[in-house]
Design a protein. Structure first.
Length: 412
């Protein structure tokens, strides 16, 4: 992409910031890996739905219910196009990425994983892409195997192949680590898994908001992501699944809407994707998510990736000059995808976050729902700064100013 001038960047920054009402300049928000702020267009879309179209969708023959149904299914089509799924039937709305992954584990896993089978994940997984497989393996008598990456989080093709064997029936892997920021080669790993006869589950919670994700190009069998991490509302998530697999899977939850016909003895299930969407759906959340995806598309991932990389380079370059600061993962900013996780000698991560908060800089401290990775990295907890498309050079400078004052304020 053509390099832009500082003046052009500042104009772009202001144009983007003006679309986020909460970002009023009173604080610096660098916790986008946990959740993102919402642009006005998302708030407007949800307000329009609740004031002009709100009704129980798919169950009423009156005009308002029909509008609600159309709004919900239009949102599904927006998601389908955004990740380039083949058909709208392959898009299931959930509460979040965690529920999406649990859905696969409880339905596909219980139906097709047997005693003696093996599931392969990485030590880098968020607990949401670890605990469902742990519990499934305990229930089924299957084996759970962890891929251990290089120190910077890299998993090579050769390394991945070494974990494949005829017993491996499922591989679950994050596309981007929520701690190290490293990107896994999902396309290559999914191909190898398929050659081995295994199904591939991709956690896209940290990738879908920051880069173009094409499920047909990746050829993953399932992909999950959350609306609140991509500038949409909380309480709405997505599970993409290949149609032939979703067809074979039993329902996850039982009740209204997911049925075709019910008798006192049993029931038959609704067609896809409604088989997996029991009860009254989060129509307003789906509308908000669709608005968020349109907003992201209007900026474009080329610009988003360039913006976030520029800020990551600026941040890491200055951090690497401080001998008491230690960045987890690669020394190369291009391998962090907007996520910079670090420790500071002699200062507990919770104290770091508290001091940053006194400087009105919001960062995250703890184990980041990745305790096995923390153990692998030989640290119980860390601090994480994570970028969003609205962050600016001024935000990074505020972060660096607070970091440089940190040890002084701790009495060092």
């Amino acid at each position: 992409m053509t390099e832009i001038t500082r003046e052009e960047r500042q104009r772009e920054d202001q144009a983007i910031l003006q679309q986020f009402p909460i970002l009023d300049g009173s604080f610096t928000y660098l916790d986008n890996g946990a959740t993102t702020q919402k642009p006005q267009c998302v708030l407007d879309a949800m307000m329009h739905y609740y004031t002009k179209e709100n009704a129980n969708p798919m169950r009423g023959l009156y005009d308002l219910s029909i509008k609600a149904t159309e709004a919900y299914e239009d949102a599904r089509e927006t998601v389908r196009a955004f990740i380039n799924a083949r058909a709208h039937e392959e898009i299931v709305f959930t509460r979040n990425a965690t529920e999406s992954l649990n859905l696969v584990a409880y339905t596909y896993g219980r139906a097709f994983i047997k005693e003696g089978d093996e599931i392969v994940i990485t030590i880098m997984e968020h607990h949401s892409n670890m605990l469902p497989w742990q519990q499934l393996c305990k229930e089924k008598g299957a084996k759970l195997t962890y891929i251990l990456p290089e120190a910077d989080g890299t998993i090579t093709e050769e390394m991945f192949r070494s974990y494949m064997n005829p017993n491996v029936k499922l591989v679950a892997m994050t596309q981007v680590s929520n701690v190290l920021g490293v990107k896994n080669d999902i396309k290559t790993f999914a191909r190898i898994a398929h050659e081995n006869g295994a199904v591939f589950v991709c956690d896209g919670a940290q990738s879908v908001p920051h880069m173009k994700v094409d499920v047909q190009e990746l050829d993953c069998d399932f992909l999950s992501f959350s609306g609140h991490k991509i500038y949409g509302p909380m309480g709405i998530g997505v599970l993409y699944g290949k149609r032939d697999l979703l067809d074979k899977m039993p329902p996850f939850l039982f009740g209204g809407e997911m049925i075709e016909y019910v008798t006192t003895e049993g029931a038959t299930w609704n067609e896809l994707p409604h088989k997996f969407e029991a009860g009254t759906v989060n129509d307003g959340g789906a509308v908000g998510l669709a608005a968020a995806l349109r907003f992201v598309s209007s900026i474009g991932f080329d610009r988003i990736e360039e913006r976030e990389l520029h800020l990551t380079k600026m941040m890491m370059t200055e951090m690497q000059k401080l001998p008491y600061v230690h960045i987890l993962g690669s020394t190369d900013p291009e391998k962090h995808h907007g996520i910079v996780t670090f420790t500071v000698d002699g200062v507990h991560p919770h104290d770091i976050a508290a001091i940053f908060d006194s400087h009105k800089v919001d960062i995250r401290a703890g184990h980041h729902c990745a305790q096995p990775l923390m153990k692998f990295c030989h640290t119980p907890s860390t601090v994480r700064a994570s970028m969003g498309l609205y962050n600016t050079e001024e935000d990074v400078q505020h972060f660096l100013d607070a970091l440089k004052k940190l040890r002084e304020e701790m009495g060092y």
